[in-house]
Design a protein around this ligand. Structure first.
Ligand code: DQA
Length: 140
């Protein structure tokens, strides 16, 4: 099984921004943990991060036929990007939406995701483990 883990805007700052919310580990450290966990599950993972909305759309489009699933933390794009929503809707690859924080316990604007309706499911609030739980969901 091949899974693409996509991180959107500002996720490259993980470990350096809002440490109380997102923790102190860098995205690279988190990705390393995801990779070794995936290895134990027999899943091959590739990682992609971009701060650019269009690049996220291209990554999703390009996953068609190459990956069995996408784990997507779109960052703030989650709350307003109809372009990413349409990219998800345009492929048959299942996408699981992820958030490290519990977005429902934060600011009002974070409570709405324009992506959830076109995603297979959503995992949120478990810090870096949200990615791992999302990965495991592809084995169910
Ligand atoms: C986030 C939550 C978003 O609201 C925020 O804009 C992020 C990270 C999370 O992982 O909790 O950048 O997606």
């Amino acid at each position: 099984m091949n899974i693409l883990v996509v991180n959107g805007v500002n996720l490259n700052m993980t470990g350096r921004r809002e440490k109380g919310v997102y923790g102190t580990q860098t995205l690279r450290e988190i990705n390393d943990e995801i990779a070794s966990f995936a290895d134990k599950l027999g899943i091959t993972v590739k990682f992609f991060q971009s701060n650019l909305e269009g690049e996220i759309c291209t990554a999703i489009q390009s996953a068609e036929g190459k990956y069995d699933g996408i784990v997507l933390n779109a960052g703030a794009f989650t709350h307003y990007s109809y372009a990413i929503r349409d990219a998800i809707a345009s492929v048959s690859v299942p996408v699981v939406e992820v958030h490290m924080s519990n977005v429902h316990a934060r600011e009002e604007f974070r409570r709405n995701s324009v992506l959830t309706p076109v995603c297979k499911g959503e995992v949120l609030g478990f810090g870096k483990n949200s990615y791992i739980l999302a990965l495991e969901s592809f084995l169910l």
